[in-house]
Design a protein around this ligand. Structure first.
Ligand code: ATR
Length: 286
């Protein structure tokens, strides 16, 4: 059996195994591959990677808090992972452990699905953490028309913007939430890449309210649980188009599946499996 895992600490909130197992089963690959959750403590991370190097494990999805601290333990990074400075996928190739990042491409595919041509768009990213980094670098590389990064801690937004400007041709505007009203007037797309709005943690909170959103905007949330976050509720009230976080989660997973198995991922099956669990969660009381 070829062993795959999702690793993190904690990891039990992850829905990666739901999507990957549904896909393995649908393609009849469940006799060849296994995909499980593994809670790996920080001191166990090196040992886990050692097992990937020997081929005992052939790959893993990587989640919090390891997306950045795993990097020095790996043998090589793909161009995307190197640029973004974070890894959400590891795999074995020629006895070397490679780190890759599929979050950015997940966001691009989601926007493509929504019919967006990013070269014509002014996009605001809320947040400057791991998810925001992957999205911001990828949009910059793909030639977004205008990019602004708004973060509670302005310094982090500025550091990210500086690094993107050094590595790409994009000029990045930055600010904290005081600047939000001004930049929003001119924006086509808002992407929430902060954790605000997450189920059980800040479910009824949003960084942007209805009065700041106009009806021609597209509002996308990286938070996928709940499926309709408070931000998306506000956007709908304002008549804006919305994209929930499940789409990006599916696409970053389909990209991983291709890497792990060498097979094209059954997107519809992965999406259906994920949505079933999310719907189940939302019908449960908090
Ligand atoms: P991830 O890897 O999921 O992106 P992260 O790296 O911890 O997680 O980043 C979380 C992001 O959410 C950060 O941009 C954080 O803002 P700060 O840099 O100021 O900490 C943002 N965030 C979290 N809680 C927030 C809140 N209550 N209000 C505004 N921003 C918040």
């Amino acid at each position: 059996m070829k062993k795959l895992y999702v690793i993190g600490d904690p990891v039990d909130h992850s829905l990666s195994q739901v999507m990957h197992n549904a896909a393995l089963k649908a393609l009849g690959l469940d006799n060849e591959f296994t995909y499980d959750q593994m809670n790996v403590r920080k001191e166990e991370l090196k040992g886990f990677i050692g097992k990937v190097r020997t081929g005992e494990i052939i790959g893993a999805s990587v989640t919090m808090p390891y997306k950045e601290i795993i990097i020095p333990l790996l043998d090589e990074l793909t161009t995307d992972a190197d640029l973004i400075g974070a890894v959400n996928t590891i795999y074995i190739k020629d006895s070397r452990v490679i780190g890759h990042n599929t979050d950015g491409i997940g966001c691009i595919k989601t926007l493509e699905d929504a019919g967006v041509s990013i070269s014509e768009k002014k996009i605001i990213i809320l947040g400057a953490g791991g998810a925001a980094k992957a999205i911001a670098y990828t949009l910059a590389l793909r030639g977004v028309k205008k990019l602004a990064i708004i973060n509670r801690t302005k310094k982090k937004a500025e550091a990210l913007a500086k690094s993107i400007e050094e590595k790409t041709n994009t000029i990045v505007y930055t600010g904290n939430f005081d600047l939000l009203e001004t930049v929003l007037k001119d924006a086509d797309i808002i992407i929430n890449a902060t954790s605000v709005g997450m189920r059980k943690i800040s479910e009824n909170q949003t960084l942007v309210t209805e009065d700041l959103i106009h009806s021609e905007m597209l509002v996308m949330d990286v938070v996928y649980n709940p499926k309709v976050t408070q931000l998306l509720k506000e956007a709908r009230k304002a008549g804006a188009k919305t994209v929930d976080g499940s789409s990006m989660l599916v696409y970053q997973g389909t990209e991983q599946f291709k890497i792990f198995t060498g097979r094209k991922a059954p997107i519809k099956i992965m999406r259906k499996a994920l949505l079933e669990v999310l719907d189940e969660n939302s019908s449960k009381k908090n």
